[in-house]
Design a protein around this ligand. Sequence first.
Ligand SMILES: [Zn+2]
Length: 105
Amino acid sequence: MDDYDELLLKEKEQHYITSLNPSLNMRNAYITAQERYENQKKLWTYRNSLDLICECGCKIKKTHIARHKKTKKHKNIMIEKKIIELKDLLGCKNLSIKSDDKELI
Ligand SMILES: [Zn+2]
């Protein structure tokens, strides 16, 4: 019984393989995958070449944004921004708050 089922399956499989012309299908699938890859690559390259405005206000290439966020420049600007935000929040714009000697509020 099992052998018979297996034979039937094999016959069906062979039928589909023959009728679908596997060499042509594989080739088409390969080209499509290749094209998809090329398109992805183009899109990726394009996206990474775009300039982004970082939250600190600097213009940075998308591909460099992660590295930029670790820089002192970015961190210092973000600290300054936070201080300004806090000053606004507390309504003490004239209060002097220094960031270099840790006298933050
Ligand atoms: Zn930044």
